[in-house]
Design a protein around this ligand. Sequence first.
Ligand code: SF4
Length: 278
Amino acid sequence: MQIQKKVVLLRTDKITTMPSYWNPWYGCIKHSEGCKHCYVYRQDEMYGSGKRANQVTKNADFDLPIRRKRDKTYKLRSGQLIYTCMTSDFFVEQADQWRSEAWEMIRLRKDLRFFIFTKRIDRFRVNLPDDWGNGYDNVMIGCTVENQILADYRLSIFNELPIKHKVIIIAPMLEKMDISAYLDDEIREVATSGESGTEARILDYEWILDIRRQCIEKDIPFCFHQTGAKLLKDGKLYRIHRYHQISQANKASINYKLRRDFERDLKTEEICSQLKFF
Ligand code: SF4
């Protein structure tokens, strides 16, 4: 999954800000079935970044949230949505030594909104700040699942965690799934996606429609944000170029109950449009 930093303007209150990215560390250890064609590894192979995807290293941008310009103002402008740790997993074991410091920067920058996805929700409490309480207002956590077994395992943990802004991300969706038992009032959105890349596994459109039905029954916002490279629809397999995977999902027009989200003037649809990572 290639990270495309396409600029989409987001309105927050009276100012207009662009989302930004903060990657405090790079590299990750493959962890579950959804990691098979991990974008970090694919990027490493394609572009040879000089770093090894299977080695977790601290990035030069580690302190980006608190970095200042010459005029002493922060480099990351107040109100920005910050996609956090997109070149790793925020909760990967190998980053335990740095996570407390990362949390401290998140705590200090209450004026930013941090969006963190993870396949390791079972490690959420490792290095959690003492003052976390019921969650920081400025942090949204996306629990990523890819099949039924992992949905049952991870979402049952996710449901019990004190997090103010929760999103379920089904990506890459690898099979038909029933997540209805986990769709409580705390879930702000369910986002679904296929898999990108030449080795992508097939996404059956019926699986997407079934998740949508589950969301509608519980009145939870739903987003189909990306088709992936191979989409099975009405018995026909479509191969979809990377460039069109988001627009084709949008064309399906099956998103449900888009709403203003994350305490600001940010629509779920706009969050969806930014998720290009699977
Ligand atoms: S958890 Fe995410 S970043 Fe880590 S190997 Fe899996 S897909 Fe890649």
